[in-house]
Ligand binder design. Structure first.
Ligand SMILES: [Zn+2]
Length: 157
């Protein structure tokens, strides 16, 4: 689900992340462009309803929107990023291409393919592995096992 189509890869994946990370030409193009991006905040309300975005303000430190959490638990920075070609993206852009490729529209993928800053391999931080969700799942499994154990003990006694 796209949050804002004017911006690049502002999406909210609904499905589980893919088991196998996709690191191809598109991912590498995104990495290279993202590394040259300026960190700041956009006037988010200015670009709703199909209007082109305006007002990118470079900031140091945290932005005003707070982190965005992907459905898999991966967290973004509190900023927007202005790419050299004028597109605006967020710090989960690489993560989305690697783990949620099937939920990105063809039009957005074409825009990624049009980035012309070269190709670079993603690092761990950019990949932002969906491990948090795995930890939550594991935690819940242990918690529910514990709960059943307690219930069983209660029934027995
Ligand atoms: Zn994710």
């Amino acid at each position: 689900m796209a949050i804002n189509l004017n911006l690049l890869l502002y999406i909210e994946p609904q499905k589980d992340p893919s088991e196998k990370p996709i690191i191809d030409k598109l991912t590498k193009r995104m990495v290279a462009a993202f590394r040259k991006a300026k960190r700041g905040v956009i006037e988010y309300d200015s670009c709703k309803d199909g209007k082109p975005f305006k007002g990118f303000h470079e900031t140091f430190g945290a932005g005003w929107r707070g982190p965005h959490t992907c459905s898999c638990g991966a967290q973004s920075h509190c900023n927007d990023y202005l790419l050299p070609n004028g597109e605006v993206t967020n710090s989960l852009c690489v993560h989305y291409l690697v783990y949620h490729r099937d939920e990105i529209s063809e039009i957005q993928l074409v825009r990624v393919n049009n980035l012309n800053c070269g190709e670079e391999d993603p690092n761990e931080e950019e990949l932002n592995h969906p491990k948090i969700k795995e930890e939550i799942k594991k935690h819940n499994r242990i918690a529910s096992r514990q709960k059943y154990k307690e219930m069983f003990e209660t029934i027995k006694s």
